[in-house]
Design a protein around this ligand. Sequence first.
Ligand SMILES: NC(=O)c1ccc[n+]([C@@H]2O[C@H](COP(=O)([O-])OP(=O)(O)OC[C@H]3O[C@@H](n4cnc5c(N)ncnc54)[C@H](OP(=O)(O)O)[C@@H]3O)[C@@H](O)[C@H]2O)c1
Length: 291
Amino acid sequence: MRVLIVGASGLVGSAMMRVIPALDPNAVVLGTYRSRPWPGLMQLDAANTRAVRDILTDTRPDVILFPAAMPDVEWCEAHEAQAREANLAPLRAVLAGSRKPVIAFSSDYVFDGTAGPYAEDAPRHPLSVYGHIKADVEDETLAAGGAVVRTTGVFGTERPPGKNFVVRLIASLREKKPVTVPTDQLATPTYSDDLAAATYRIALRRGTGMWHVGGPDMLSRFDLARAVAEEFALDASTLRGVTTAELKQKAARPLAGGLRNARYEREFGAEPVRPVRDALREMRDAMSVAT
Ligand SMILES: NC(=O)c1ccc[n+]([C@@H]2O[C@H](COP(=O)([O-])OP(=O)(O)OC[C@H]3O[C@@H](n4cnc5c(N)ncnc54)[C@H](OP(=O)(O)O)[C@@H]3O)[C@@H](O)[C@H]2O)c1
């Protein structure tokens, strides 16, 4: 299997670059970055249709995994037109340029958070610009015959500067910085390495349509932060729980978000993602080897 990962310099893409070759030594895994170079990755701005065509011709992938996005929820809310263009133009170029299957990524932010965790067939009702853009990503990918993997609260080891919640939280607690975390935003945090492996299994099966890949634990950001502090033996006294209303974020958040992996469990007979505590322990071991 020849795999092209567009957006391999990000959190999800870099996990797939790491995990897929370990899972399948016969896989040929190629990846691109847009602005953050990394050894072995090719530069690509996927909004450039000609560059997309050239890279597809050069790399001849059997499947394209497409984590490329500008997923900053607050930035999207404040820059709607720019955010739509930045998220949808690259996807459209890849869908138009490829005859091979494309797997794109979406989020539980397509739901309104009144009834999570959600199964694949739950009705969508996005609350934010980001959520609306993700709904369009889903529609356009599915209309082109591809697959969509919805995920949520992805965390895992990441090269510096790590941007995921867990890595940033560990850094802040180590420096004894105050951290404010919402107590009323619940989701099913997802370990990046398990998301990567599940996505590859879906690709191997040529799975089209909608897939949910989220963790098995439904918990608030605050409870996740406490679990991180415990597992990494960090002083949690600088952690402060607040309500979402107090945070005054620009974009509305789904409060009871999260995902149920109904289809994945049915078709693979297994949970795709390990429990949060197990993932944190693996991260802790990996990070202690790295330092
Ligand atoms: N992280 C989460 O918790 C989470 C939750 C739910 C859904 N998702 C979805 O999962 C996907 C991956 O998220 P992520 O956290 O890995 O995002 P990320 O860390 O911000 O990575 C985004 C990637 O997209 C690349 N990119 C951006 N614009 C591009 C363009 N025009 N052409 C080519 N590449 C471009 C970036 O390259 P450079 O950085 O090199 O510029 C980077 O490699 C997104 O669709 C996101 O919406 C993520």
